[in-house]
Design a protein around this ligand. Structure first.
Ligand SMILES: Nc1nc2c(c(=O)[nH]1)N[C@H]1C(S)=C(S)[C@@H](COP(=O)(O)OP(=O)(O)OC[C@H]3O[C@@H](n4cnc5c(=O)[nH]c(N)nc54)[C@H](O)[C@@H]3O)O[C@H]1N2
Ligand SMILES: Nc1nc2c(c(=O)[nH]1)N[C@H]1C(S)=C(S)[C@@H](COP(=O)(O)OP(=O)(O)OC[C@H]3O[C@@H](n4cnc5c(=O)[nH]c(N)nc54)[C@H](O)[C@@H]3O)O[C@H]1N2
Ligand code: SF4
Ligand SMILES: [Mo]
Length: 727
């Protein structure tokens, strides 16, 4: 089966290849040592500025992804739902996809074909996917999983600073600061090598303050742990600003010289006296005061930094929460000072670059807005098309999913780099919408839960099988290098897009060479906020990565933002934006009396589609648990290890109870790395942030039921799916 010879890059480096990890935004530097026949690949950490020789367990074991027997190596197809997927040739699969695109668009219009991308794709693939959607498919309906990730922080940063880059400085600067307030991040599990920078602050006598409803491994190592109720960070931020003003810590000169809008912000914060903030958040007044004092002392010395991660951001008020924290930072005069400012810890490997080059519904390359006529003109010229032919803004990720198969909604979906049936909120509804499609096409490495639902599955190259660039959490553009050839039968997504565009007879030029695509990306991004035009692959290699914005090949990229005292806004000033606290999308009641929050554990990555195939990770984290306070457990008659059903107004999930006094007694926590009945997203709430369209992954109301049946949870992986044609 699948007899054609794949088009593979033959320029594979042999021996030791310097590259970066397969997974998260820290993009730890590692060397892959490849045996001559590519039969074994060894990982060793490199001394790169983000990891300085450190790796987490996922990084150490990442090479297992390259040799997994469960890797997809041939296109799969079925003619009707209910039939098993069978192996087919690339020509059969691509002809079928192109035929259906044509048929669906003829009947239902161009927008009836939709695309869902991913923040793990290289810059080249993300850029090409945005272009493919607008030029080859002519659809406005493209969005991606970054909408679930950093969209709230992105919206807030753009609103305040006119630019959205994860960190405003290289990560090692963080170690030099005097105080860090980390709101809703558990980096000890999500980016372990990051901890060295926080611990350096603490060990030098500075303050590290972590706000999390759980006393996480990160909070354990902090100097102060604030333990707010999920969904109340906005009230906490307002309370902190109130104290900053009342106790005389704000920087009046900075506010006058560099910002606008403080008075409106203060009018709201006057209402948030510390006792009121304590009542809403549960954070004692003394701890609030200590937090503000620590930030003010840090500023007076080496500096102070406010960081947010998903705990504060993944809410229906995530944008306003981040805004309130930026307001606090501006009032203290932090952005632009040495080792100071606001930063968002981005998430996926290319979470930063993935949101700059056009796979977002409202965006064109270079972080341009798709409804800006000048932006359309510029990008259309690079693409060789008429600006009027470019579609306008499309639907955001979850709204796109909700619209699938509805009247006027898309009839066909192409997925590139997301296991969205596991990772989207309100999973039951998501599965229903996917089932209503005429055709679901998934490009993946593995038969993920989403791929298992597809009509056509296309096996694509991964990580160490391809060349390209990624943009890490610092805004540093780095090189991903091909170390091993892909298995026979696998193609790159650049090839898939080129093949489909050719079959559709659509213009624009879709190169299959990542470097050629990067050269085009440079031109397309030139003059945009995220300007990559001065970045070349050679510079990246020579300079340990290049920071954007980088508009000139003759000048360094801008590693540190705002240091000249101005901001990339029309008047050069940062903008305070007045926001007030509001309740979460849903509150507890008699039927659903407990708060549920969700997140990550060390050993698993995202939907688990990759890490559940790595034996060392799978064996140490085989199934989800529900973190629950012993008092709450006693109330439910639950003992450690008992099976428990988590029930919300939308659905239910299964986990094993893990009793721990480290979590608030009104809140339970469950990681989201598993599918089927073990998917916590069957329970979560799809309430969206009105600005960023971020779903509320981090708080909803549930009740718990003890399940009598003990032992392991039922297996949920699609590994049992029998594929016709495979032994
Ligand atoms: N091991 C591992 N590492 C990863 C990933 C992974 O899946 N696994 N994914 C990567 C990606 S894409 C991302 S986005 C990052 C995410 O990195 P993090 O943001 O660090 O990860 P989370 O576990 O989602 O959330 C962090 C913390 O928020 C807390 N929290 C929950 N609700 C609230 C709240 O209302 N307020 C506050 N203040 N805190 C709250 C949770 O208890 C949790 O400890 O991790 C990256 N790294
Ligand atoms: N309850 C809850 N839900 C959440 C979150 C939460 O905190 N709580 N966090 C949200 C966040 S921050 C994120 S980022 C999302 C992530 O959730 P997903 O979007 O599901 O991310 P992954 O599980 O990483 O899925 C990536 C898929 O792409 C495949 N893949 C890897 N590389 C490539 C490639 O180059 N090309 C292609 N085509 N495929 C590739 C992988 O095998 C995998 O199947 O989950 C969100 N969902
Ligand atoms: S912290 Fe992130 S980039 Fe580093 S080894 Fe772990 S998963 Fe890979
Ligand atoms: Mo993420």
């Amino acid at each position: 089966m699948a007899a054609e010879t794949p088009v593979v890059d033959t320029r594979f480096h042999t021996g030791a290849v310097e590259t970066h990890c397969a997974y998260c935004a820290l993009q730890c530097g590692m060397t892959l040592t490849v045996e001559g026949d590519h039969s074994s690949v060894e990982v060793t950490p490199r001394d790169f500025p983000t990891n300085r020789g450190g790796l987490c367990q996922k990084g150490w074991t990442a090479a297992e992804l390259l040799q997994s027997p469960r890797r997809l190596t041939a296109p799969l197809m079925r003619d009707s739902r209910g039939e098993a997927l069978r192996e087919v040739s690339w020509d059969t699969a691509l002809d079928a996809v192109a035929d259906r695109i044509r048929a669906v668009q003829t009947t239902h219009g161009d927008d009836a074909v939709a695309v869902f991308g991913g923040g793990g794709l290289t810059n080249e693939k993300a850029y090409q996917l945005g272009k493919f959607a607008r030029v080859a498919l002519r659809t406005s309906n493209i969005d991606y999983n970054g909408r679930y990730c950093m969209s709230s922080a992105a919206a807030a940063s753009n609103r305040a600073f006119g630019i959205d880059r994860g960190l405003p400085f290289p990560l090692p600067d963080l170690a030099q600061t005097g105080a860090v307030l980390l709101m809703g991040g558990n980096v000890a599990e999500t980016m372990p090598p990051f901890m060295q920078y926080l611990n350096a602050v603490r060990d030098a006598g500075g303050s590290v303050i972590v706000a999390d409803p759980r006393r996480t491994a990160t909070a354990e190592q902090a100097t102060l742990h604030l333990q707010p109720l999920p969904g109340t960070d906005l009230a906490l931020a307002l309370g902190l600003l109130h104290i900053a003003v009342a106790d005389g810590h704000v920087d009046r000169d900075y506010i006058t010289a560099r910002t606008t809008g403080f008075d409106d912000v203060w009018r709201v914060a006057t209402q948030w006296w510390p006792e009121r903030a304590e009542r809403v958040t549960g954070v004692p007044v003394a701890a609030q005061r200590a937090t503000v004092r620590a930030l003010a002392e840090g500023r007076a010395g080496r500096g102070a930094v406010i960081l947010t991660a998903r705990g504060a951001e993944q809410h229906s008020k995530g944008t306003d929460t981040v805004t309130a924290l930026i307001n606090l930072g501006l009032a203290l005069g932090l952005p632009g000072r040495p080792h100071s400012g606001y930063g968002c810890i981005t998430g996926q490997g290319n979470g930063q670059g993935g949101r700059e080059h056009g796979q977002k519904a409202d965006q064109l390359p270079g972080y341009r807005k798709i409804d800006d006529p000048a932006a359309r003109e510029h990008v259309a010229r690079v693409w060789g098309v008429d600006p009027d032919a470019l579609p306008g803004p499309g639907r955001s990720a979850y709204e796109l999913i909700e619209s699938l198969g509805t009247d006027g909604g898309p009839r066909m979906l192409l997925v590139h780099g997301s296991n969205l049936v596991v990772s989207s909120p309100r999973g039951g509804r998501v599965a229903e919408r996917l089932a209503a499609l005429d055709l679901l096409v998934v490009c993946d490495l593995f038969l993920s839960e989403t791929a298992a639902l597809a009509d056509i599955v296309l096996p694509v190259t991964q990580w160490a099988e391809e060349d390209g660039t990624m943009t890490n959490l610092e805004g540093r553009v780095i090189r991903r290098r091909a170390a091993v050839p892909p298995p026979a039968g696998v193609r790159t997504e650049l090839e898939v897009m080129a093949d489909l565009a050719a079959r559709l007879g659509r213009p624009g030029g879709f190169s299959t060479d990542p470097r050629t695509v990067f050269e085009e990306l440079r031109r397309a991004s030139a003059g945009g906020v995220a300007d990559y035009s001065g970045i070349t692959w050679e510079r990246i290699e020579a300079e340990d990565g290049v920071f954007w914005p980088c508009p000139s090949v003759d000048a360094p990229g801008q590693a540190r933002l705002f240091t000249d005292g101005t901001f990339p806004t029309p008047d050069g000033r940062a903008r305070f934006v007045a926001v007030d606290h509001r309740a979460a999308g849903e509150d507890i009641d008699d039927d659903h009396p407990i708060y549920l929050t969700t997140g990550r554990i060390l050993q698993q990555y995202q939907s688990g589609a990759q890490t559940r195939h790595v034996e060392a990770l799978r064996s140490t984290a085989a199934e989800p648990y529900l973190e629950i306070h012993p008092d709450l457990a006693a109330w439910h008659g639950l003992r450690d290890g008992d099976r428990v059903r988590i029930v919300s107004r939308r659905g239910e999930a299964l986990a094993k109870a893990r009793l721990t006094a480290s979590i608030r007694s009104d809140t339970v926590f469950m990681p989201f790395h598993w599918g089927g009945e073990q998917a916590v997203n069957r329970v979560t709430n799809a309430a969206l942030d009105p600005t960023s369209r971020m779903p509320e992954f981090k708080v909803c109301a549930v009740r718990l039921q003890r399940v009598d049946n003990q032992g392991s949870l039922p297996a949920t992986e699609p590994s049992g799916t029998v594929i016709a044609g495979q032994a």
